[in-house]
Design a protein around this ligand. Structure first.
Ligand SMILES: [Zn+2]
Length: 323
């Protein structure tokens, strides 16, 4: 007998409903946890996602894709299988997928974090028989400090740079980190500029009443004088487009969970790093497994071997899944 969900080289598959969760290649039906590129890919005929993820899917995958938007908790039944999305706290619109058939419940987390996010909301623990968790930071060395303290450090770094006439450049992903930073930093310190890729996502979310502060959009012609005391937030890969080449003095920083181990060497040209992640840390992963009430755990994305071994040592029936 086939399992309710199977792990295939094309992604997590529900044979009974003939649909994939975050398929790696095009599929007939795709349920998407969130719009990061390693979860939302082109080529599927039909996409089901949270109402705040669908606009980003259209923005990233094309206006013409066929989508269905659902709210958290809304049930979609496909061939008797009940699917519903629940808050994952990772980025705005990110979802866990609950799958139920014949009294058995599976949960696929997608990416998630347990710390409350003012924009993405709070991870909603769901009781299940089988829990499929990510493990991006599934090693004990990854333990996040309270983000309020990290934001204070970022404000302090910016304030100091401003006093010295140095432009502050902060790297953050255009979906998720950028909005979290914008919402949290003290925008009274000075002008804030964001890369157009970030502003496009901001504008989509503002249309859906997500309270993202209005800031300036960086362009190739933004004069240096305007950037001198500014905080500039750009995606990590945007530095190479040369838009900041005319800035005489700048200090660069990275906001990422990887800063906990790989320090500033991970990102060439970054002067400093702030440990801030939209993924669960080691304690968060363990707590999520415990909260699921499940004895059976599949571990995907990240330190799958290490985290599943740890769970087995602690009495779980845990298996790594490297798709
Ligand atoms: Zn993600």
């Amino acid at each position: 007998m086939s399992q309710l969900l199977e792990f295939t080289d094309r992604g997590i598959y529900c044979p009974r409903a003939d649909c994939y969760i975050d398929p790696k290649r095009g599929a007939e039906r795709a349920i998407i946890t969130h719009a990061h590129s390693d979860h939302a890919r082109r080529g599927s005929k039909y996409y089901l996602a949270h109402a705040l993820t669908v606009p980003v899917l259209h923005h990233r995958l094309g206006k013409k894709i066929s989508t269905q938007a659902v709210e958290y908790g809304e049930e979609i039944i496909i061939n008797g299988v009940r699917f519903s999305l629940h808050p994952a706290g990772h980025v705005v619109g990110s979802s866990q997928v609950r799958v139920e058939y014949a009294g058995q419940v599976w949960v696929v987390t997608g990416d998630y974090k347990l710390e409350h996010d003012p924009l993405a909301g709070s991870f909603d623990p769901i009781k299940c028989d089988v829990f499929c968790t990510e493990s991006t930071f599934g090693l004990p060395v990854y333990r996040w400090a309270d983000s309020a303290g990290v934001i204070r450090d970022i404000n302090e770094w910016w304030r100091k740079n401003k006093q010295n006439g140095i432009t502050s450049v902060l790297f953050g992903y255009s979906l998720g980190k950028a909005q979290r930073l914008l919402y949290s930093i003290d925008t009274s310190i000075g002008p804030v500029y964001v890369h157009p890729a970030i502003e496009q996502i901001n504008a989509l979310f503002r249309q859906h009443n997500i309270p993202i502060p209005e800031v300036n959009t960086l362009s190739e012609t933004t004069p240096y004088q305007k950037l001198k005391t500014a905080l500039v937030i750009i995606p990590p890969n945007a530095m190479k487009n040369g838009w900041l080449d005319h800035v005489a003095e700048l200090s660069t920083a990275y906001a990422s969970g990887w800063m906990a181990t790989q320090g500033i060497s991970w990102v060439r040209n970054a002067d400093t790093g702030f440990v801030m992640s939209d993924h669960a840390d080691w304690d968060g992963l363990n707590e999520a497994v415990w909260l699921s009430g499940s004895d059976t755990v599949y571990v995907t994305h990240g330190f799958t071997g290490q985290f599943s071994r740890w769970l087995c040592e602690n009495g779980y029936d845990a298996r790594p899944v490297d798709m």
